[in-house]
Design a protein around this ligand. Structure first.
Ligand code: MRU
Length: 363
């Protein structure tokens, strides 16, 4: 049994990285052991580990692994930078949408640059420490998100969510699921409805596993049931995570999120997005410019390896969609709630580098 409340653990004894293999949950709690940055890249690409903040932590640990073995780390600073770039590019190319991955690699690069001339073992220690700090920091940020998010609710809520945004998708606690956890612990959650999240079933497999473990009152629905659920008055707010929030607030998240936002808008329900600052990408102007990952057609034609469509069925399988900021009531961040007008509020709160530097985040 996986004993941790985080999906990824650095093993100090032998410097390997352990992950709970999310491909097989909830049926099996297998552990995947990564010994190299290539292993980490493979694990991200194949969804052993997934969720925007979690793949950021994994990428950072992947970089540290690449610098573990002194015999493979170039001594010359220029060669070292080139080696880093190769490692970072391999990790960056695994999944394009979640900006947390690029963000984490940026933090690792700054550590490399600050210690470019350090002996390899020292450099490795600095990089490993940074990766672990990214991990620890994310848990704190999520707890803050939970705190700010809970303040939006005065009455026990009936929530609707999608995908998995819990400890499996982050370094721990969760973003949207973190808000749900906080509400539950305060007696402010009546029930959360969880979309199964076709095609990869993160809602059914992962979120239900997390919520049932904790005793959170959760009900699984198929994605197509969301409309009827809302029409019947069974939901008081929709709450989701995010993979990348563009400068104007347009938000990429698991495919199906946009449908829920339109639904919430039509029925006059609040639509909240919860995410840490590492998901906010002020360099991308709007949703059109967010790269959307397209995944293998087999995820749609098969369910857990069982074929459900005729052979040769043409498929479109975008892993994410983009919700325009006009449909978002507020973005719950570790720095507080960003309300409307979202583009102006994001600019005000997140455009100065001091606001987003890690030192300003954790005192
Ligand atoms: O394809 P996935 O499972 O990595 O997609 C995950 C999501 O869309 C989550 O909602 C998002 O990463 C936020 S996780 C805190």
């Amino acid at each position: 049994m996986w004993p941790y409340e985080t999906p990824i653990v650095w093993q100090a004894e032998d410097h390997t990285v352990w992950m709970i293999d999310q491909r097989y949950l909830p049926h099996r709690e297998d552990i995947y052991v990564a010994r190299s940055y290539e292993d980490v890249a493979w694990a991200i690409r194949t969804m052993v580990i997934r969720g925007a903040p979690a793949i950021g932590v994994a990428a950072a640990m992947g970089v540290a692994l690449a610098f573990r073995d002194a015999s493979t780390v170039p001594v010359d600073p220029a060669a070292r930078q080139a080696y880093f770039r190769r490692v970072a590019e391999t990790l960056r190319q695994t999944r394009p949408t979640a900006v947390n991955l690029t963000w984490a690699l940026g933090r690792m690069e700054r550590v490399l640059e600050a210690h470019l001339d350090a002996p390899p073992d020292e450099l490795f220690r600095y990089l490993r420490t940074e990766a672990l700090e990214i991990q620890v920091e994310d848990v704190v940020l999520n707890q803050r998100i939970g705190e700010y998010g809970a303040q939006l609710f005065q009455e026990p809520a009936y929530l609707l969510t999608i995908c998995n945004t819990g400890f499996l998708a982050t370094a721990g606690y969760g973003t949207a699921a973190g808000v749900i956890r906080t509400l539950w612990r305060r007696g402010l959650l009546e029930r959360v409805y969880v979309c199964e999240t076709r095609p990869y079933l993160q809602g059914a497999r992962l979120t239900m596993w997390e919520f049932l473990r904790e005793g959170i009152p959760a009900t699984l629905i198929t994605d197509g049931m969301a409309g009827f659920l809302v029409q019947r008055g069974m939901v008081s707010a929709v709450l989701t995570g995010a993979d990348r929030i563009a400068r104007n607030g347009d938000t990429a998240n698991k495919v199906g999120t946009y449908t829920l936002a339109v639904l919430a808008h039509y029925h006059g329900l609040p639509f909240y997005v919860a995410a840490p600052y590492s998901t906010i990408d002020m360099a991308t102007p709007d949703g059109i410019h967010i790269p959307i990952e397209e995944r293998d057609s087999r995820e749609v034609t098969h369910v857990m390896e069982v074929p459900i469509a005729p052979e040769g069925t043409p498929v479109w399988n975008p892993a994410f969609d983009v919700t325009p900021h006009e449909l978002i009531t507020a973005i719950i961040t570790d720095q507080g709630v960003i309300g409307r007008p979202i583009p102006e509020e994001l600019a005000r709160r997140f455009s100065t580098p001091a606001n987003v530097a890690p030192a300003a985040r954790l005192e």
